[in-house]
Structures are given as structure tokens and as C-alpha cells.
Design a protein around this ligand. Structure first.
Ligand SMILES: CCCCCCCCCCCCC[C@H](O)CC(=O)SCCNC(=O)CCNC(=O)[C@H](O)C(C)(C)COP(=O)(O)OP(=O)(O)OC[C@H]1O[C@@H](n2cnc3c(N)ncnc32)[C@H](O)[C@@H]1OP(=O)(O)O
Ligand SMILES: NC(=O)c1ccc[n+]([C@@H]2O[C@H](COP(=O)([O-])OP(=O)(O)OC[C@H]3O[C@@H](n4cnc5c(N)ncnc54)[C@H](O)[C@@H]3O)[C@@H](O)[C@H]2O)c1
Length: 735
């Protein structure tokens, strides 16, 4: 048996072995000249085909990775790369010599499509595969939508292509996507297989020649599948076009299906949604490279290892945070204020973990949590002496948080990090009661904390770069997206949300109904509108905060106008609902009515409609019809306006940060790229003009007054989003 040797495409191979190993050239690097590497793959294949001493071919990747697919940056360059990958896949398939793919690491997108042209596929046990094009607003454009259904059937292909999920080698084997899974050297195993295949017929292995496996009820299946795909897509075009391409495979010969795939691919390639999703892909990676105005940076700061953590408070947030830590295999101590709360918290955590374990089992993984070395429950702070990091998640009350942090500062070892999950409180004030403010940081999780990907990481005046790096590392280990932001009331996410929710409530005062406002924002693509969201989170949460701020409740000065605070417009509507016990889902009534307390199905409530009408009569507000455009603009443009202030104040180091926060924590539709990206597509002059218009109509709403930074960018000629921050300190003589 002869052995192949790894040759890079384009290399001169005077002594070619019997099995030639061609390195798959699609693994992206920042500046990969994609067209050149495609050419190299083609050349390598042609050389192998033409050389009589080569009897078989193996295709593998470089450095243990098969391929991450096409270079995504290339899709927005004028010289669109990727063009011509389909014909190369066909070339592989047509080869008269057996071609075996050796899949190590990852085979994604165009990388997996290359393997579908191969006659056999061998994967390493730890390899992951997928066609994630849909997640960047595209579809597999190298004939993958036509070959995959032929290989693994329509239901499985539809699932993989329309979700873009990665699958493990063992799942790939079960589905028939790969022929063999190996634990040892994959390339060697592929070469062995290639040797065995020499001289054997290949016709039956050419996927383009195979029919798509029939289903007894294909038409009904596809009709039902389309409904599901559209529902999940929430306005995103790519999943539906992926569906259309697969449907074409079930109805048309291979060549016609490929033509359809190409046509649909071109529609997506030039769509705004693909640009937005590709922006979001890179934004998520850009925020990993954090910096602060004082010069701290990911480049120079090193994270400390977290071998054991603690969570204080096992309420809504604490239980999800414990679950995330256990899933990340970090031993946790979970602490409550007394045994009764502890037992309730323990039951809730165990339930979450059982559910997570079940989900993980389906993917062939296990979750070990019934081991006291991994998860311990306690009421005594003394157990915190040896932990490396504590996450506090007690009630949102400054006095209580300070009491806890003071205690932690005395009990925990000197090098331990102290994190607070506050939604809006001042990190510096919390840190001030400790003897280690440099190790205090905000770690703002989102509900449900074991599901939501966002972790807002808030540094205070004294927080050290090591502490920031450690929190970022923790986010990564918990498979969350950490976004480093500065300290201000509400940080980034909640601060931008306040004006959005405020406008939504003002719209009710003026004539809208909760379901009208929610519908407009859900049609825009939000998973859930502001009133459904408020009912879900509980109206009492905001009420407590407003009482603490003296905006409502017993501390309010007598004679304060019902609809004004500090000279600005205020709506008491949410307070009035809370006074009536309407806290949302938990009480069965809020902005909507529910079937019972704890019910989930929101139904418009006639009581709210007449309550709003009485309220308007009481305050002599003339009810008017408010159209969808005004609802959308007032809610979104105030949120965006706040974003510009946040950027100007240096609370976030770029618009990508705000967008990543909104996509991952607030249900902003990813195919719109985040609020700041959206603003760039609407055009800053348009946003400014609308804010000016609404601000003139509502002069008592400061949130409608255009941000100085927004005005400056417009005066500077509406530069592209990537350049915004460079204008922050430039002088403008047009203002
Ligand atoms: C006008 C004429 C058109 C006519 C067309 C007709 C013919 C059609 C032919 C088209 C051919 C289409 C081919 C194919 O179908 C399309 C594709 O392949 S699209 C790409 C699909 N692949 C992906 O979406 C993978 C994306 N990447 C990931 O999921 C992850 O990065 C990873 C690979 C799982 C690795 O994850 P991690 O280890 O966590 O690492 P990072 O994510 O941090 O990544 C490290 C670094 O790499 C950059 N990067 C990763 N993948 C890509 C990529 N595909 N392109 C560009 N850059 C990539 C990432 O940004 C990081 O960069 P850094 O931040 O370090 O600068
Ligand atoms: N609920 C959300 O959606 C959400 C989202 C992000 C952040 N937060 C923040 O997370 C924190 C917790 O919120 P929550 O919704 O989980 O509250 P919660 O009321 O559900 O839970 C708080 C828990 O803290 C416990 N606790 C109180 N005092 C304690 C003490 N001295 N020692 C130990 N445990 C104590 C309580 O017994 C309770 O179980 C708050 O700061 C909140 O602002 C909440």
C-alpha cells in the first residue's frame, strides 16, 4: 500500500503517490484570496486526474480543520468570491478516480459542500459539520441544497439547511452524511479507504445522479414544513429561500435545481438582510476585542482561572446563573438568605438542570450535577472562603447589595472577584463598601439567564483590566457573548430600553392600544413587543425601581403633577396598573389578560381599553389615530438616539457593542443588524429629521431631542457606521 503525502495546491509534485492528498483551500484567513485558492483546488484536482500514477484522491484541511467555508467578507466585496465553487464540486464528483474527504475540526458551508462532491466522507469523532449560510443571510450556493437532500433525505436536509445548526460527527454518521467516524488520524484513515476503493465503480456515489429519497406524503410534508420555517424566521428571508431551493430538488432534475439555487442565492446575496446578518457575525467577534477609555485592552489583560464560583440569591436570575455555571463545568456554591428560600431555590435549580441534561442527552452529551463537588447549596456565607468568583443576584436594592458586598469583602479570599448582577445600579457605589474595588464588576445576565446569550460586563472606576478579562473569559466559558461597557444608570441595554418603553406608554396615552404597539414592533421583527415583554418580566419590577427613584409612591412630594416629573412628561399608567395589582403574567392581568395567574397566552383586555379611555378623559387628552410609522419611529428612534449619547459618553467603544447587546439581550431582529446598523440603513439625516419633528410636537420629552453626536455625524455628511467613532472628537464647523 502506498501512502500519500500532504501537498499544498499549486505545489510541484514530481513524484506523485498513488493517493494524492489535496488540501482543501477554503479555510478562511483574514486576507484569503478566495478566488486564488479555488483555482488552486481546481488545479490540484486536474493534476491528480491527469496523472496516471495517481489512482485516488483524498481532500483534507490544513492544521486539523477541514474548512469554515467561504470568506464571509468576500460577499460584500465587488469581486464576489465563491463564484465557481459549484463547478469545482461537480468536477470532484465527476472524477474517475475515487475522492475521499477527510473531515477534521470543522466542515462548514462551502467546506461541507466540497465534501458532498467527494465519493466518500470520513470524519474525526470530534468534527463538526453544517451549512450555516442561512445564519449569514444566504443559502448554500455550491450545489449543497441539491446534493444534501439526495444524500440524507428531505426532512434532515431541511432541518440542517434552514437552521444552519452544527452537527456532531456521531449525528452525521446516523444521518448518513458521513460514511465512517474515526478516533485516530483521519487523513490516514481516508487514504486507507481511498486505496481500497481504487478500481471500484463510483457511479452510485455521485450524488447528482441520485434521486431525492421519496416521502409518502412529500407535498403535505413540504406545506407543513414551510409554515414552520416561516414562523421561526420572523421576517428573515434566507430560511424561506433555503426551503425553496430544497423544494426545487424534490421537483426538478439536478441541473435545474442548481439553476434555481443560483437564482435564489443571488437574490439573497444582494439583499439588505444578508448585509445585516454578516455585519452581526463580525460585530459579535469585534466585541471580544474589548478596550476601555483608560487604555485597558484585551491585548494586554490576562484572565484569572475560575476554579470555583458562588451565586448569591436563587431567585429568577440566580437559578439560571447557577445552571449556566454548572453547564460550563465550573463548581458552584449556591447561597440563599434562609432555609426556606434555599429549598425553593434548590428545587428550581434542579428542575432547570434536569431539563438541560435531557436536552444535552439528545445531542449525545451528559451533564453531571448530582455531585456536591460540582454543586453545593448553603445559607452560611462562610462557605465562600475558597471561591474564586462570586455573582450576587439578590433583590435590586442598593442598601442590600452594599451589605452583601461588604460581607463578601471580609469573607472571600483577597484575590476573589466580586460580581453584581444589578440591572441598573451604580457599580462604583457597590464597590465602595469593599476593600477591593479593583475586583468588583457588573455581570448583567438576561432572563432566562441559562438561555440568553448576552452578558453585559460593566467596569467601574476602579475595576482592573484583569477583572474585565476574567469576566469576559467567564462569558466565553458559559458560551455567552460578553460585551464590555461603562458604568451609567441602566448601562447600555436598559438605558436604551427606557426611552423605547417610555414612548410605547406615551403612545397609549395618546390613542394606541397595547396590542397595536406590540404588533408594529413584532412585525418589525422583535420576538416580543414592549407590553407583552413588560407582562412577562412583571410590571412590579419597574414599579419598585420608580418608587426607589422617588418617581412614584409615598415619597412623591404632595401636589406633584400626575403627568410630569422634574418638569418633563411622565406617564403614571404603569404605576396605576400596579396599584390595581396588575403585575402581568404572574397575576393573570397586566397590559393584557391571561387565562390564569401564571398564564402565558396574552389576550387583548377590554378592561384596559376602557381604562385608557377614562384616563384620557380625566387628563383631557384627545384620542387620535396613530399610524404604524409613528409607532415604529417614536419607539425605535428614541432608542437609537440614546445609543448615540452612549457612544458620545464613551460608555461603549463602538456601535457594534450596542448592536450585539440588542440582538442578544433584547430580541432585536438579527436580520436588521442591531439598532445602530439599522440607523445607518435608514440614514442618519432621516432619523435626525424625524426626531426633530417629534421633538417639536413633544417639547417636554427630552429623549426625543436629537443627540449632539447624531447631529454631528449628519453635519459631517452621514459617514458609514465603521467611521462613526473617528468623528467623535473632530470639530464640525457645520453645527
Ligand atoms: C455575483 C455573482 C454571484 C453568483 C453566485 C453563483 C454561484 C454561487 C457560489 C457561491 C458559493 C457559496 C459557498 C458557500 O455556500 C457559502 C459559504 O461557505 S458562506 C460561509 C459559511 N461558513 C460560516 O458561516 C462559518 C462562520 N464561522 C464560524 O461559524 C466560526 O467562526 C467557526 C468556524 C465555527 C470558528 O469559531 P471560533 O473557533 O469560535 O472562532 P471565531 O468565530 O472567533 O473565528 C476566528 C476568526 O475567523 C474569522 N472567520 C471565521 N469564519 C469565517 C469565514 N467563513 N469567513 C471570514 N472570516 C471567518 C472570524 O471572524 C474570526 O476573525 P477575527 O475576529 O479573529 O478577525
Ligand atoms: N428578573 C430579571 O429579569 C432580571 C434581569 C437582569 C438582572 N436582574 C437583576 O438580578 C437581581 C436579582 O433579580 P431577580 O429577578 O432574580 O430577583 P428575585 O426576587 O427573583 O430573587 C432575589 C433572590 O435573592 C435572595 N436574597 C435576598 N437577600 C438575600 C441575602 N441577604 N442573601 C442571600 N440571598 C438573598 C432572595 O431570597 C431571592 O430569592 C436584581 O439585581 C435584578 O435587578 C433581574
Amino acid at each position: 500500500m502506498s501512502w500519500g503525502r500532504h501537498i499544498a495546491p499549486g505545489q510541484d509534485n514530481r513524484k506523485l503517490p498513488e493517493v494524492q492528498v489535496v488540501i482543501s483551500p477554503l479555510h478562511p484567513t483574514r486576507n484569503s484570496p478566495c478566488l486564488a485558492v479555488l483555482q488552486a483546488l481546481e488545479d490540484g484536482l486536474k493534476r491528480a486526474d491527469a496523472d496516471p500514477s495517481v489512482k485516488a484522491v483524498t481532500i483534507c484541511g490544513e492544521n486539523g480543520k477541514f474548512s469554515a467555508g467561504a470568506d464571509i467578507r468576500g460577499f460584500s466585496s465587488p469581486n464576489k468570491q465563491g463564484l465557481g465553487l459549484g463547478p469545482i464540486v461537480s468536477l470532484i464528483e465527476r472524477s474517475e478516480k475515487p475522492v475521499v474527504a477527510a473531515i477534521e475540526g470543522i466542515a462548514l458551508g462551502g467546506g461541507l459542500e466540497v465534501t458532498l462532491g467527494c465519493h466518500y466522507r470520513i470524519a474525526h469523532v470530534q468534527a463538526r459539520m453544517g451549512l450555516p449560510e442561512v445564519t449569514i443571510g444566504l443559502l448554500p450556493g455550491a450545489e449543497g441544497t441539491q446534493r444534501l437532500p439526495r444524500l440524507i433525505g428531505v426532512p434532515a436536509a431541511l432541518d440542517i439547511i434552514t437552521t444552519g445548526r452544527h452537527i456532531s460527527a456521531s449525528e452525521a454518521l446516523k444521518l448518513g452524511l458521513v460514511d465512517e467516524v474515526v478516533e485516530e488520524n483521519t487523513v490516514e484513515a481516508a487514504i486507507r479507504l481511498a486505496n481500497r476503493l481504487i478500481g471500484q465503480p463510483l457511479g452510485h456515489r455521485r450524488l447528482s445522479l441520485k434521486p431525492v429519497p421519496k416521502l409518502p406524503n412529500m407535498e403535505a410534508f413540504l406545506t407543513e414544513a414551510l409554515v414552520k420555517v416561516k414562523k421561526r424566521a420572523q421576517g428573515c428571508l434566507a430560511p424561506e429561500l433555503c426551503f425553496q431551493a430544497i423544494k426545487a430538488a424534490t421537483e426538478q432534475p439536478f441541473a435545474d435545481g442548481v439553476r434555481k439555487e443560483r437564482e435564489l442565492f443571488n437574490i439573497l446575496l444582494t439583499s439588505g438582510q444578508a448585509k445585516a446578518l454578516q455585519y452581526a457575525f463580525f460585530a459579535e467577534r469585534a466585541v471580544e476585542k474589548w478596550t476601555t477609555p483608560s487604555g485597558a485592552s484585551w491585548k494586554t489583560a490576562s484572565p484569572q482561572p475560575i476554579r470555583k464560583a458562588a451565586v448569591i440569591g436563587l431567585g429568577t436570575m440566580g437559578r439560571g446563573i447557577v445552571t449556566s455555571l454548572v453547564k460550563a463545568k465550573i463548581p458552584v456554591v449556591a447561597l440563599e438568605q434562609d432555609l426556606e428560600y434555599l429549598n425553593t431555590g434548590r428545587k428550581a435549580v434542579m428542575l432547570l438542570l434536569e431539563r438541560e441534561a435531557m436536552k444535552m442527552e439528545q445531542g449525545g452529551q451528559t451533564l453531571d450535577f448530582n455531585n456536591p463537588a460540582r454543586l453545593q447549596f448553603a445559607v452560611d456565607f462562610d462557605v465562600l472562603r475558597d471561591v474564586d468568583l462570586v455573582i450576587e443576584a439578590v433583590f435590586e436594592n442598593m442598601a442590600l447589595k452594599k451589605e452583601i458586598f461588604n460581607k463578601l469583602s471580609r469573607i472571600c479570599k483577597p484575590e476573589a472577584f466580586l460580581c453584581t448582577n444589578t440591572s441598573a445600579l451604580n457599580i462604583d457605589e457597590i464597590a465602595s463598601v469593599t476593600s477591593r474595588p479593583q475586583q468588583v464588576i457588573g455581570t448583567h445576565f438576561f432572563s432566562p439567564a441559562h438561555v440568553m446569550r448576552l452578558l453585559e460586563i460593566i467596569y467601574g472606576r476602579h475595576t482592573s483590566p484583569t477583572t474585565i478579562a476574567t469576566a469576559m473569559q467567564l462569558a466565553k466559558v458559559m458560551k455567552k457573548v460578553g460585551v464590555v461597557v461603562g458604568n451609567c444608570f441602566g448601562f447600555v441595554g436598559n438605558r436604551m430600553m427606557f426611552p423605547y418603553v417610555q414612548q410605547a406608554v406615551f403612545l397609549l396615552e395618546e390613542g394606541s392600544r397595547p396590542e397595536d404597539v406590540d404588533q408594529v414592533l413584532e412585525d418589525f421583527g422583535f420576538k416580543i413587543g414592549p407590553f407583552r415583554m413588560s407582562d412577562l418580566a412583571g410590571l412590579d419590577v419597574g414599579w419598585r425601581s420608580r418608587k426607589d427613584q422617588g418617581l412614584t409612591g409615598p415619597t412623591l412630594a404632595p401636589g406633584t403633577s400626575a403627568r410630569q416629573r422634574h418638569g418633563y412628561r411622565y406617564s403614571p399608567l404603569p404605576d396605576l396598573l400596579c396599584e390595581k395589582g396588575r403585575f402581568g403574567q404572574k397575576t393573570g392581568k397586566g397590559w393584557y389578560q391571561y387565562e390564569k395567574a401564571g398564564g402565558r397566552t396574552a389576550k387583548p383586555d377590554p378592561w384596559i381599553h376602557s381604562f385608557l379611555s377614562e384616563y384620557r378623559d380625566t387628563h383631557q387628552i384627545k384620542t387620535r389615530f396613530i399610524d404604524q410609522e409613528e409607532i415604529l419611529e417614536r419607539c425605535l428612534f428614541t432608542l437609537i438616539n440614546e445609543g448615540f449619547d452612549i457612544l458620545a459618553e464613551g460608555i461603549a467603544s463602538g456601535p457594534e457593542h450596542l448592536d450585539v447587546v440588542y440582538i442578544n439581550g433584547y430580541g432585536w431582529p438579527k436580520h436588521r443588524g442591531g439598532p445602530m446598523f439599522y440607523a445607518s440603513t435608514v440614514g442618519l439625516p432621516n432619523i435626525l429629521a424625524k426626531l426633530q419633528k417629534y421633538s417639536e410636537i413633544h417639547p417636554d420629552v427630552p429623549q426625543l431631542r436629537p443627540s449632539a453626536f447624531l447631529k454631528k455625524l449628519v453635519a459631517m455628511g452621514n459617514p458609514p457606521l465603521n467611521d462613526w467613532m473617528s468623528y467623535l472628537h473632530r470639530q464640525s464647523n457645520k453645527l
